[in-house]
Design a binder for this molecule. Structure first.
Ligand code: GLA
Length: 382
């Protein structure tokens, strides 16, 4: 019985078919076979699908638009599930007004000053969409692209392969960039992201994920009571446009010191110039471990009221911690409530902002023949 089921599911996955007709949970693989449903349509008629996955107590919904995590449900210490990721109910809302809710970010997560950089002696001008600067890949970044999605089940893991090819010159970036992002839900309920990309011309790449976490639930109010630790003795201070000055400043004695666990809100109202620039915390922490071949633990976020805990491990050298400062009460989320400042926070694993203009920062250059690789693992407990 179980053997038959496993064969059927593996067959469906291999054929790239949504296992909608199979229904139910796939106990043979330890998780639910990804199920595909129609989420909505873009103005030009393109169908946007929602993929639902479940494994090890974590439930994930992913859109083919932007690779967006539309919902991520985990239990609290009493087993009560809630969606801990901010988002919308309709594709129209994602298209018209999303501040990158749950999205894949590319080609370059974070800011590039004035959208300019020089590589191998050639100057490039990128799409500028954040004041004078280029943010998150420009006006039509990877968060606004339709990704091809293939489900898989592998041993006790379930997941999705997401593919997007960015043409040479898109948003001003050189080279055809082929990206493959793998979302895996493990039997422990971990959500793992593996990013890969190749190019046919020298270019810069910095992919990340822009989930807004609220471990008490996406419509439960602010995250200021969440406890956070970040394994970083230094961060990259910014100018008023949130572009790094190039300095790697010590966090000791500043609101940026999260080496010992403290609440997000503890120092957020300190009159520090950097907090004025960011309207709160919106900075890149230079992780002590630097770039690593394997994901290493770098941050822990915990909501004391529910006990829900998120641990992040990554291969990346940086973490952009954004405390949801620009949420301004103008968006209505999946829970039917308005999102206000601080209702969610982002922990974006990445290379440092504006690296193409800072030779002293770890390089984000990708050349033909090389494969860009980056991995981040989100582990949940309560
Ligand atoms: C990133 C940036 C923030 C802000 C958000 C989106 O996290 O660092 O400054 O632009 O994206 O609102």
């Amino acid at each position: 019985m179980e053997l038959n089921r496993r064969t059927v599911i593996a067959g469906a996955a291999a054929a790239g078919i949504a296992a909608t007709t199979l229904g139910g949970t796939a106990h043979a693989t330890g998780g639910r076979t990804p199920v595909k449903s129609l989420f909505g349509k873009l103005a030009d008629g393109t169908k946007i699908y929602c993929w639902s996955l479940e494994n090890g107590g974590t439930r994930l919904k992913v859109l083919s638009y932007g690779g967006i995590v539309q919902s991520l449900e985990i239990p609290d210490r009493r087993g009560r599930y809630t969606n801990v990721s901010l988002g919308f109910d309709t594709i129209e809302d994602y298209v018209s007004s999303s501040p990158y809710f749950g999205a894949l970010i590319g080609r370059y997560g974070n800011r590039i000053a004035k959208g300019k950089f020089t590589l191998d002696g050639k100057a490039y001008q990128l799409s500028v969409n954040d004041g004078d600067n280029s943010l998150h890949g420009g006006a039509q970044g990877f968060d606004k692209r339709v990704w091809d999605i293939e489900p898989f089940t592998k041993g006790s893991d379930v997941g999705l392969y997401l593919y997007y090819t960015s043409v040479d010159g898109e948003m001003g970036y050189p080279g055809t960039l082929r990206s493959k992002v793998t979302y895996t839900l493990t039997r422990h309920g971990d959500w793992r992201i593996d990013y890969e990309a190749t190019t046919d011309k020298a270019t810069v790449v910095n992919l990340t994920s822009h989930v807004y976490w609220n471990l008490a639930g996406e419509s439960s109010g602010t995250i200021y009571d969440h406890e956070l630790s970040i394994a970083a003795a230094r961060y990259t201070p910014v100018d008023s446009g949130l572009i790094p000055t190039g300095e790697l400043a010590k966090v000791a004695g500043t609101p940026f010191d999260f080496r010992r666990t403290k609440t997000v809100g503890e120092d957020i109202r300190v009159a520090h110039q950097q907090l004025l620039y960011g309207k709160g915390l919106d900075h890149n922490w230079a992780l002590d471990k630097g770039i690593t071949a394997r994901p290493e633990h770098i941050a822990t976020l915990r909501d004391p009221s529910s006990g829900r805990t998120l641990k992040i491990a990554t291969t990346e050298p940086g973490l952009q911690f954004y405390s949801g400062n620009f949420l301004d009460g103008s968006l209505v989320g999946t829970g039917g409530t308005v999102y206000r400042q601080g209702d969610g926070l982002c922990l974006e694993t990445q290379h440092y902002p504006d690296s193409p203009n800072h030779p002293s920062f770890p390089s984000t250059v990708l050349r033909p023949g090389q494969t860009y690789r980056s991995t981040t693992v989100h582990s949940f407990s309560a």
